[in-house]
Design a protein around this ligand. Structure first.
Ligand code: 5AD
Ligand code: SF4
Length: 445
């Protein structure tokens, strides 16, 4: 048998890219590739890129520049660009970096084996279509090897919301949902391989509306119904989902947070700004008050829910008062964690095309610092509030110190203990200390 070829994938960006990279590696497995952890001995180097913020394309070009040495050392090495920069830049990538052999968009990576074969014959291969066929159906069955206890599962892709700053509707395309039975089958397979926790992924995951087969009762299911059905899968202990839009937090999904035991008490629900004026300019289609009302209802269903969000500062036209509105909203909510970014104009998006007045860069940086300081203090307070409490921990790996095991609590905190537990087990743990990015605990007998 021929030696396996070696594949190195470098993944940027969101969790969906992590999932896509896994599936790409699996699909190239059929072409004789095994995955390796560095570019040094690789026969193929794939960059799975992200286009969501700042200078994404430039970063990819400079990374490609650095990869040149591998191509010079071994001209047979294939270099590919996948993901959202591939989608946005297309042929331009090969024009600017002629050593690139293959460019593949996020909707066509099921065609990777063909593209790889083409590249192997010295033909440049490009595919940035939004094909009719379902890539998930065309992908090879996932391998049976045992795997880590927490996994991602993409159930929905694309977005029809068209927030004025965002490239997702252009790079990932229109909203589409995978059929219920395919998701169930994939979840059951993951569980057979040792998975105990699944995070359902979608750019707008709570807009999920998948077709159910007659065997499952037919009709179109929303995310809540899918979660309820998944929670019947024996051996699957925890379910999470990300990322959501406030306008799609339907009644049943809110209710599921209260009555579906396997659904973890953690919700990432981005709002982006606390100013109604800016929310309108962002085309978010909700006000700050409406967002807070949604959170109120979720907290009524699940009082201990840990909330997370995304914020953009320095959106064109943002005044000091608009920014203070954002600070006030954050104070009112009290986040368990949150992500904040400085606005960056993304080519092709309405906000970038309108050419509205950009906020001065120094002002935007100062706002970002203030917002991040506030979020960090909330994060710390939430983490410290865990000391003395009992949580349940899914153990995922051995720790750095001998005898130490590390896992995740239901609130997504990293928790370490010293004790006799196995990877994949869930145990009650009493938290005794709070470190910078993790919690220390003891097993509850
Ligand atoms: N500039 C800054 N942040 C952005 N995000 C999306 N687009 C932009 C942009 N043009 C942020 C949003 C989104 C997160 C994934 O990235 O906060 O929720
Ligand atoms: Fe982008 Fe999210 Fe808005 Fe969709 S809802 S356009 S993915 S920020």
């Amino acid at each position: 048998m021929a030696d396996p070829k070696k594949l190195f994938i470098k993944t940027y960006g969101c969790q969906m890219n992590v999932y896509d990279s896994e599936r790409m590696a699996e699909s190239l497995g059929g072409s004789g590739y095994i995955e390796v952890s560095g570019p040094e001995e690789a026969d193929m180097i794939l960059l799975n890129t992200c286009h969501i913020r700042e200078k994404a394309a430039e970063k990819v070009y400079s990374e490609l520049g650095r990869l040149k040495e591998y191509k010079i050392a071994n001209p047979n090495v294939k270099i590919g660009v996948a993901g959202c920069v591939a989608q946005a830049e297309g042929e331009e990538i090969m024009r600017r970096q002629p050593m690139v052999d293959l460019v593949v968009g996020p909707q066509s990576y099921h065609r990777l084996p063909e593209l790889e074969a083409k590249a192997g014959n010295g033909v440049k291969a490009l595919d940035t279509d939004f094909p009719e066929e379902d890539k998930f159906e065309m992908l090879k069955a996932r391998p049976k090897a045992k795997r880590a206890p927490a996994a991602f599962l993409t159930v929905q892709e694309g977005c029809d919301k068209f927030c004025a700053f965002c490239v997702v509707p252009y790079t990932r395309g229109a909203e589409s949902s995978r059929p219920v039975d395919r998701i169930l089958r994939e979840a059951e397979d993951l569980v057979k391989r040792g998975v105990r926790e699944i995070t359902l992924l979608g750019q707008n995951v709570n807009a999920y509306h998948g077709i159910a087969s007659d065997a499952d009762g037919g009709g179109t299911w929303g995310l809540a119904r899918l979660i309820r059905r998944l929670s019947e899968v024996e051996g699957l202990e925890r379910i999470r989902f990300t990322t959501s839009h406030p306008n799609d937090m339907e009644d049943d999904l809110i209710a599921a947070h209260g009555d579906c035991e396997k659904l973890m008490p953690y919700l990432h629900l981005p709002v982006q700004s606390g100013s109604d004026r800016i929310l309108k300019a962002m085309n978010r289609k909700h006000t700050a008050e409406e967002y807070l009302k949604v959170l109120e209802r979720i907290r009524a269903a699940r009082p201990d829910i840990a909330l997370s969000g995304d914020f953009i500062v320095g959106f064109p036209g943002e005044t000091d008062q608009d920014f203070e509105d954002t600070m006030n909203l954050v104070r009112e909510v009290g986040y368990a964690s949150a992500y904040s970014f400085k606005y960056s104009a993304r080519p092709g998006t309405p906000a970038a095309e309108k050419g509205d007045k950009m906020v001065d860069a120094a002002v935007a940086s100062e706002r970002l610092q203030r917002l991040q300081a506030l979020i960090t203090s909330q994060q710390r307070a939430f983490q410290e509030s865990m000391v003395g409490r009992e949580v349940s921990v899914l153990f995922e790996r051995v720790g750095r110190v001998a005898g130490q095991m590390v896992g995740k609590s239901e609130y997504l905190h990293a928790v370490y203990i010293t004790g006799d537990v196995q990877i994949g087990e869930i145990h009650r743990v009493r938290i005794v200390e709070s470190a910078t990015n993790s919690l220390g605990g003891v097993l509850v007998a």
